[in-house]
Ligand binder design. Structure first.
Ligand SMILES: [Fe+2]
Ligand SMILES: [Fe+2]
Length: 273
């Protein structure tokens, strides 16, 4: 099974630029074309939050329009820039999204991997939260299928990145979350967004993978005290392959580059000048 993870699309209303600078819509158009053309053909796309920039219904309408050409089934979870009710209303056919409350779900039996979406959003706030209710839901959901290999999707990363202004936003409930994962070795990886960077670590003994965004990225500022900012470093996505009981993930850039060029000449000799 091939899964592409895109994240932090931050779509605005038609004609508006994100932070007055980034044409996130044209970035997403290119990403959709690339995902459609991907070989081997993708089985699923997951979008790990910050789908739009201000949670406005017109932004979701624009997002839908941009995702319309996507020929691969996709699953969504909210980020801190999303608004639960506007998101639900914009995607009524995504019936895995609950009609009220948190936008949690488990997709069982449809794919070789079980997909669990976890809502970390606090309305009106940038920070993430795993309150007792959400942690219970996760523990119960994972305990219901302990032998099903599972991917957990969440927007806020359950780890400290070292990028100070992003870590200040934070996610409460992380130690309890890690403890739940420790008890559930069927979790193959936690996929998240929010940091707009490729970051790989472990949480509760499970891989945790954050993807770069499809548009702008968060500056790699690791000394502390920086004001925080974004860059136009190359956008990308994570390509996850589930095969023979193993998950393997490639970080892929969404730009066109020269090549591929051959390593060897027609006689099989390594090219030298
Ligand atoms: Fe974001
Ligand atoms: Fe975010």
């Amino acid at each position: 099974m091939w899964i592409a993870q895109i994240t932090d699309t931050h779509i605005k209303q038609v004609g508006k630029l994100t932070y007055g600078r980034v044409n996130t819509a044209s970035y997403l158009e290119r990403a959709v074309a690339r995902l459609n053309a991907h070989r081997p053909r993708l089985d699923l796309v997951v979008i790990t939050g910050d789908l739009v920039d201000f949670g406005h219904p017109l932004e979701y309408a624009h997002l839908r329009q941009l995702l319309e050409p996507l020929t691969i089934p996709y699953l969504i979870i909210p980020g801190n820039h999303d608004e639960r009710d506007a998101l639900r209303q914009a995607f009524p056919e995504h019936d895995y999204l609950p009609a009220s409350g948190f936008l949690h779900y488990a997709i069982d039996g449809r794919y070789p991997l079980r997909i669990v979406g976890l809502d970390t959003v606090v309305p009106g706030d940038s920070r993430g939260e795993l309150c007792e209710q959400r942690l219970h839901w996760l523990a119960d959901t994972l305990a219901a299928q302990p032998s099903a290999p599972t991917l957990v999707l969440m927007h806020h990363p359950p780890f400290v990145s070292g990028i100070e202004h992003m870590d200040r936003i934070g996610l409460t409930g992380t130690p309890e979350f890690a403890e739940i994962l420790r008890q559930h070795p069927q979790v193959q990886a936690v996929l998240c967004g929010h940091l707009h960077r490729n970051i790989f670590t472990t949480v509760g003994g499970r891989p945790a993978i954050c993807s770069v965004g499809t548009a702008h990225q968060v500056a790699l500022e690791l000394e502390g005290g920086e004001p925080g900012g974004f860059t136009l470093e190359p956008p990308g996505f994570m390509l996850h392959r589930w095969k023979d009981g193993k998950l393997l993930s490639h970080a892929v850039m969404l730009e066109d580059f020269e090549g591929p060029y051959p390593f060897y000449d027609a006689n099989g000799k390594l090219l030298d000048e």
